[in-house]
Design a binder for this molecule. Sequence first.
Ligand code: CA
Ligand code: CA
Ligand code: CA
Length: 150
Amino acid sequence: MGTRERSARRRGRAVAAAVLCGGALAIGFGALAAVAQPPSGGTTPERLAFEAADSDGDGLVSEAEMARDAAAAFSALDRNRDRRLTRAELGEHDPKLFDRVDADRDGVLTFSEVMRHKLKGLEAADTNRDGALSFEEMLAGARKELEAVR
Ligand SMILES: [Ca+2]
Ligand SMILES: [Ca+2]
Ligand SMILES: [Ca+2]
């Protein structure tokens, strides 16, 4: 595999992980934006994702901002508009993460399954208990979650 294929592969995995991760919930839409518009000048996809989710720009992603971001990511991925995300619609992703979000194990993700998972992720990653995620809290939470399924 060449370098270009490898980095495209990594990016695809990052998008799906973003949508599936509780802590990285905020990454969902941002990672999609990063794919459409590759980061320049040292801005990481994670940072872009965070800034896209932090709509009031206060450096924290609140529960409401997370819900808005998740809804945008969800509808962007839901190509056939049936309000369910299939494994195929998610593209390349970690099946173990998918299983964690798919609470009723029917093989598709509803928005409420995604939101339940995201809110759990927010609670777990919110180490200073202010009800919102800083960039550092979000990154640490995402990392922990990815390690947990490994
Ligand atoms: Ca905010
Ligand atoms: Ca389901
Ligand atoms: Ca916090």
